[in-house]
Design a protein around this ligand. Structure first.
Ligand SMILES: Nc1ncnc2c1ncn2[C@@H]1O[C@H](COP(=O)(O)OP(=O)(O)O)[C@@H](O)[C@H]1O
Ligand SMILES: [Mg+2]
Length: 503
């Protein structure tokens, strides 16, 4: 029915237009033949490029998505109620682009760079293409500088390097957003500009995020890009590309940038919805066939540029929300395969109070290790070994009543190490504090501390070092090695501290 009508209308229009300046006009201008569900079909516009922005009357804009023989499929960026059959549509010649620049820092904007925070206009006149071809091998250099998250279990066990793509994956309410926000908060004074992209979230959730970042002074170096659940799907689709472009502006100026896509599961759903409305053939799980490419070309833009290209970096944390822990469904497996590592969050751990709820046994970072500071690298090596022994024993201990003394001691140490890895939200920790916290666990100085007392012990241990032995922190800062001298000083400090802690 709809198709016949569309054909009829095109035929009539063609007839009417015949004899006019047909060739020239139809290149640049088109006529709406059908509109609904945020999608317009347009006759004409034969010169339009894929992904070009086109203009309707009443300041409505759309994105060219389907180039077909008879018509062009266009997704509208809102305002579809103002678009009617017979309306004229004009090319803009611009492939989708967004406003970029320092002016966006501290602001909440939509994917076209328009303000959403009521704080007045954004004065930047700089724009950047929302989509670019990812840099090639010659423009890149290996990841060699850490991006500190401030979270012990990540910085020690799945360290992130500037330029890396690390996936944060887990069910809802497992602390995925919390990890991203803590990482942003931890970038204060580190010269890393942050972009938080919220896709398909509730307005109230985003307001909480912005409030959190503001309270921790992080909005000064952060841009929040949002396309909410009730925004048109093309906006939600465009959001991560636009956020990426806003971050890239800093990268290609030779600076360091960090972008969070929260989350790509909702992004995939928005793209599926849009594609179904455009009547593209659905594939696996009804997602369009190019969904993998949609995500890979976004994530490939994470980069550490070579010095000849300015040496800037773009680190990306895509987030994926799983259902009932299923990481084998289509979108999770896709994104797992196009990232340099994954941080797996689990509801069970979260509910047991092990937070951040990271499964440290299966989480990986394939490139960040090269970027760890030396002292952390040394401690982390020991930590990884002790934790894997602990996990093996734990599984074994379930079936055996009497364990030998050594195994019992290893289990006890593991229990305490797990306590040391726990960390409250909004309390990112500088790397030198992480090193001395993990040190007491790895070196078994917690053996005589009750598990329930471990967190208090660590807090007071850090306070003690700051007041009595700041020189140890001074030595550890700045990427220094974990020397015998530091170890001797630490050993002395531990005995000193333990006398006080016990008494
Ligand atoms: N390390 C943590 N310690 C305590 N509470 C946390 C921690 N991480 C997250 N939370 C809390 O758990 C809830 C879910 O976290 P959130 O990051 O929103 O989860 P997700 O993004 O996975 O849905 C929030 O209320 C958050 O404040
Ligand atoms: Mg979240």
């Amino acid at each position: 029915m709809a198709a016949t009508r569309k054909d009829e209308i095109s035929a009539i229009l063609k007839e009417q237009i015949k004899g006019f300046h047909y060739d020239l006009e139809m290149e640049e201008v088109g006529v709406v033949v059908e509109v609904g569900d945020g999608i317009a079909r347009v006759f004409g516009l034969q010169g339009a490029m894929a992904a070009e922005i086109v203009e309707f009357p009443n300041d409505v804009y759309g994105l060219v998505l389907n180039l077909e023989e008879e018509s062009v499929g266009i997704a509208l960026f809102g305002g579809s109620e103002y678009v009617q059959e017979g309306d004229e549509v004009r090319r803009t010649g611009r492939v989708r682009e967004t406003v970029v620049g320092e002016e966006l820092l501290g602001r909440v904007v939509d994917p076209l760079g328009r303000p959403k925070d009521g704080k007045g206009p954004i004065t930047s006149t700089k724009t950047r293409k929302a989509e670019i071809k990812a840099p090639g091998v010659v423009e890149r250099q290996p990841v060699n500088t850490p991006l500190q998250t401030g979270l012990k279990s990540i910085d020690a066990l799945t360290p992130i390097g500037r330029g890396q793509r690390e996936l944060i994956i887990g069910d809802r309410r497992t602390g995925k957003t919390a990890i991203a926000l803590d990482t942003i908060i931890n970038q204060a004074g580190k010269g890393v500009t942050c972009v938080y992209v919220a896709i398909g979230q509730k307005t109230s959730t985003i307001a909480r995020v912005v409030d959190t970042l503001e309270r921790h002074g992080a909005m000064a170096y952060t841009i929040v890009v949002t396309a909410e659940a009730d925004d048109p799907t093309p906006m939600q689709y465009l959001a991560p590309y636009a956020g990426c472009a806003m971050a890239e502006y800093f990268t290609y100026k030779g600076e360091d940038a960090f972008v969070v896509y929260d989350d790509l599961s909702k992004h995939a759903v928005a793209y599926r919805e849009m594609s179904l409305l455009l009547r593209r053939p659905p594939g696996r799980e009804a997602y369009p066939g190019d969904i993998f490419y949609t995500h890979s070309r976004l994530l490939e833009r994470a980069v550490r540029l070579s010095d000849e290209h300015g040496g800037g970096s773009l680190t990306a944390f895509p987030i994926i929300e799983t259902k009932a822990g299923d990481i084998t469904s289509y979108i999770p497996t896709n994104v797992i395969s196009i990232t340099d590592g994954q941080i797996y969050l689990e509801s069970d751990l979260f509910n047991q109070g092990f937070r951040p709820a990271i499964n440290v046994g299966i989480s990986v970072s394939r490139v960040g290790g090269a970027a760890q500071i030396k002292a952390m690298k040394q401690i982390a090596g020991d930590l990884r070994l002790k934790l894997s022994q602990y996990r093996e024993l734990e599984a074994f201990a379930e079936f055996s009543a009497d364990l030998d003394e050594e195994s019992k001691a290893q289990l006890a140490r593991g229990d305490r190490l797990m306590e040391v890895l726990k960390q409250n939200q909004y309390m990112p920790m500088p790397v030198e504090e992480q090193v001395v916290s993990l040190y007491v666990g790895v070196e078994n100085h917690l053996a005589d501390v009750d598990v329930s007392e471990v967190r208090r012990f660590i807090e007071e241990w850090l306070r003690f070092l700051h007041s009595e032995h700041e020189e140890i922190f001074d030595e550890l800062r700045g990427g220094k090695e974990f020397t015998d001298s530091i170890e001797t000083q630490l050993e002395k400090a531990v005995s000193e501290f333990k006398e006080r802690f016990g008494g």
